[in-house]
Design a protein around this ligand. Structure first.
Ligand SMILES: *Cc1c(COP(=O)(O)O)cnc(C)c1O
Ligand code: SF4
Length: 433
């Protein structure tokens, strides 16, 4: 039985591979980790990272801070503070100043999505799309290891007022009963699978009683970042029995696995975890962002989707890197992401073409880059809502001027000389209430 060990900046020198890192690398980790959360576990270090290929190894890039995640000026400020090692308070406040400049709360999550019951804000929940509600259990606000590109970095960085937490499940079920249009409840975090089986039951069991909820989703990276959660952890069997209980209650249990690379599902541990979860009747779907230095090649996506397909995992979303934190380092421009998506997608059989993307989760909704086309002599991006803040927007196409450098909706302007995208006026009205 593999015992869980986690390493942060404080004890990274205890990592067995510490010597492989080298002085510069270690200084970089310490510097960048003042701004962005760093945490790794023994399984990722021992079984996923190829230490003979650092820093280029994608699993290394995914889990260890990189100098370029900060801009040159910020890096040198933090680097000097770390080297001088004088006043931790000064280092902390300099880091915070940088953090607050990195758009820590993108897509209007706080202002627009927090639901209310009897006039009280239900912190710890987000209800953005009619059919689904996100729920953030307080105890799930960490992960087994932190991804360098994570858009949830503010939750892990002690920017406290931006955390979503909630202990009171009755508020959740109360809300769901008042909103029978909600069919899916999505448990997310952090990672809900860092919770014990008992806690997980405390959160999920009451929801099983809500008739109108048909699907329970659990968003998790544990399948690849700590697969022992489903195999040899003390309460692994209890977790699986609970999954069976959910399935037997008549609900659809969807494990939304965050998988960025084939490597993550290629260890015997991950394979066993996947096999065991599927045997409970739960369905595993996969989603992840396309990230520079990690999975910015069509071959990587094709290999991953093909492998998922024959393991019984359903490819679901390819996301674009959100406009927050170290986006500049990880972003892939829209036209390149589309190319990579298409080149991988075209090699899949129909069964693998369940995946959608590349998709931007932005304030108006989830917007897919469908195509690049020439219409009436103008080169344009063809975009499509797969989710809209107004459900009527779903599946609507719209067009933006082609722009080679665009990597997010904010970089785009409407095509054909239009002053606004069709949804903007309505969006402004929604923002003002
Ligand atoms: C992505 C997302 C969902 C789920 O959308 P699906 O398209 O049903 O997977 C729900 N709420 C928020 C806020 C989201 O970003
Ligand atoms: S597992 Fe998901 S939530 Fe956790 S650090 Fe990685 S991207 Fe962020």
């Amino acid at each position: 039985m593999l015992k869980y060990r986690s390493y942060t900046v404080k004890n990274v020198h205890e990592l067995p591979q510490y010597r492989a890192l080298g002085k510069e690398q270690i200084h970089t980790i310490k510097t960048v980790a003042t701004v962005y959360p760093f945490r790794i576990n023994n399984y990722v270090a021992d079984h996923l990272i190829d230490w003979s290929n650092i820093p280029d190894d994608p699993m290394f890039r995914l889990s260890f801070p990189q100098a370029e995640m900060l801009d040159t000026r910020d890096f040198s400020v933090m680097s000097d503070l770390i080297r001088s090692d004088e006043d931790p308070e000064r280092t902390r406040s300099a880091a915070k100043e940088i953090q607050l400049r990195q758009n820590p709360n993108p897509a209007g999550q706080m202002e627009l999505n927090t639901p209310r019951i009897d006039g009280n804000m239900l912190h710890g929940m987000q209800h953005k799309y009619r059919e689904s509600v996100l729920f953030f259990p307080a105890e799930a606000q960490v992960c087994h290891a932190y991804c360098t590109y994570c858009f949830r970095w503010p939750q892990f960085s002690g920017l406290d007022n931006m955390k979503f937490t909630n202990h009171d499940v009755s508020l959740l079920t109360g809300y769901l009963r008042e909103h029978p249009e909600v069919k899916d409840i999505i448990f997310t975090g952090g990672d809900p699978m860092v919770m014990t089986a008992n806690l997980l039951k405390k959160y999920i069991r009451p929801v099983l009683e809500v008739e109108s909820i048909r699907t329970i989703r659990i968003g998790t990276k544990s399948l690849s970042w700590w697969p022992m959660r489903f195999t040899t952890d003390e309460d692994a069997d209890e977790i699986l029995r609970f999954f069976e209980e959910i399935v037997n209650s008549g609900k659809h249990l969807a494990i939304m696995a965050h998988i960025s690379h084939e490597k993550e599902i290629s260890t015997p541990q991950a394979e066993e975890a996947i096999r065991r979860i599927r045997s409970t009747g739960a369905v595993i779907r996969s989603q992840s962002p396309i990230v520079r230095h990690v999975n910015d090649q069509a071959e990587t996506w094709e290999a991953m989707w093909q492998k998922q397909l024959y393991m019984g995992i359903i490819p679901y979303y390819m996301f674009l890197e959100r406009d927050t934190g170290p986006k500049k380092y990880f972003e892939v421009p829209l036209h390149e992401a589309l190319d990579i998506f298409n080149n991988a997608y075209r090699k899949m059989s129909g069964l693998g073409r369940t995946v959608r993307g590349p998709s931007m989760s932005c304030s108006p909704g989830k917007i897919i880059v469908e195509d690049i086309a020439e219409i009436h002599g103008e080169k344009v991006y063809v975009l499509k809502f797969t989710q809209g803040r107004n459900p009527e927007w779903t599946n609507q196409l719209f067009f933006a001027e082609y722009n080679e450098n665009a990597s997010w909706i904010d970089d785009l302007t409407p095509a054909f000389g239009h002053a606004q995208f069709f949804f903007e006026e309505e969006m402004e009205e929604m923002m003002s209430v």
